[in-house]
Design a protein around this ligand. Sequence first.
Ligand code: ADQ
Length: 489
Amino acid sequence: CERQDGKPFRQRLLVVANRLPVSAVRRGEDSWSLEISAGGLVTALLGVKEFEARWIGWAGVNVPDEIGQKALTKALAEKRCIPVFLDEEIVHQYYNGYCNNILWPLFHYLGLPQEDRLATTRSFQSQFAAYKKANQMFADVVNMHYEEGDVVWCHDYHLMYLPECLKKHNTNMKVGWFLHTPFPSSEIHRTLPSRSELLRSVLAADLVGFHTYDYARHFVSACTRILGFEGTPEGVEDQGRLTRVAAFPIGIDSERFIRALELPQVQEHIKDLKERFSGRKVMLGVDRLDMIKGIPQKILAFEKFLEENPYWRDKVVLLQIAVPTRTDVPEYQKLTSQVHEIVGRINGRFGSLTAVPIHHLDRSLDFQALCALYAVTDVALVTSLRDGMNLVSYEFVACQDAKKGVLILSEFAGAAQSLGAGAILVNPWNITEVAASISQALNMSAEERKKRHQHNFHHVTSHTAQEWAETFVSELNDTVVEAKLRISK
Ligand code: ADQ
């Protein structure tokens, strides 16, 4: 195998994530069509030039029969992907249950839905057992494909039990683990019945990474308070065995967004949007429809702004693009209806026969349409109640070099630590404050907008996804001596 520049790869990198970066659709008993989804992680790994990356993960479909599994494995191999087959029951208990119903809300400080709290408490043990079983299934596939010298990079809260499974099998394996969500205060983590087991397993990795220094600090505190281990500037130490813990803030492939703005199709979209919203300032929200994104709070703040600023009522429009996720979960269905109800009420209250103040779309946009929207926006509103990083804020900044619009950003998004100096930071729970920040953004002088934008643009274009992946992987690769030390004790 060769790199794009023709030189041989130095090593192989096995990237293990819950989902493979492909959507698989079955076309016949032994035929599949695959589509690569160009997510952030895929792009990021293009930057890891010294390593030849292979993906290990679930393809997102249930394939109960051997013929189907063989055919899918073969088709995926061409994309350098290796599947982990999970049956429906495991997916229900591990993915919908333990990952999305317990860890996701807990790590975002949301707790559990009230009516589900007791039921979840009862089913906790079986869901955790399924979580461990699923993680072991991922480990089995890694072990099957691992070759000496490979570097293994595990991703996210779905796979916290994986580092231990891997090290138990092979203590020489170089294992890293990165969390894409926040790691909560140790007081929150303490409430998790499986708190110690998960921490111990993550500590089996050689390098543990988070988006921000705060998350890393919370993790180290959890290890000191819950496990009684020692926190050091390097990480966590237990009887001379060190696990390195550090912050590796993710970025985006900013060049991809900047280049896209030059495309004729994107220019065409931009022209249409400008005509459509001429005479009005455009405000934009782009989120997965998830509790953590604070969409109802954002819309209520916009209502308050309209209430308090009659002058702006027919001069501003909020475009909220929300991709539905986890649509089979009642809590998410409730969120969708709640958002629809609030939007309907506000449009009824402030709309006219010819214009409404909020356009809400329940769907995903293609890349070019998204870039055009980012480019015509005057004010972007990111009001996550908690967010590991939030890449939408980065993407908006990358597309704004001509317009120099304003970013209103939740202080509870990891991105607040990198874009805080250029954005207007807000507490999304305080709708009065968010409403005031909308007013501040719409009235901001061109000079101040330029200054703020330049700060953010510099950050977004100099801290890319590629650099993030390269830094993590090379630091992981350098941990070899420590890894051996840990094992020999
Ligand atoms: P997410 O919670 O998915 O990621 P985010 O970082 O904002 O959040 O990334 C979302 C991605 O989906 C962006 O690339 C965005 O363009 C795209 N997207 C969102 N809504 C869309 C829409 N309506 N149409 C088209 N595309 C849309 C998790 C964590 C984050 C962390 C990332 C990366 O929750 O905090 O930043 O992983 O680590």
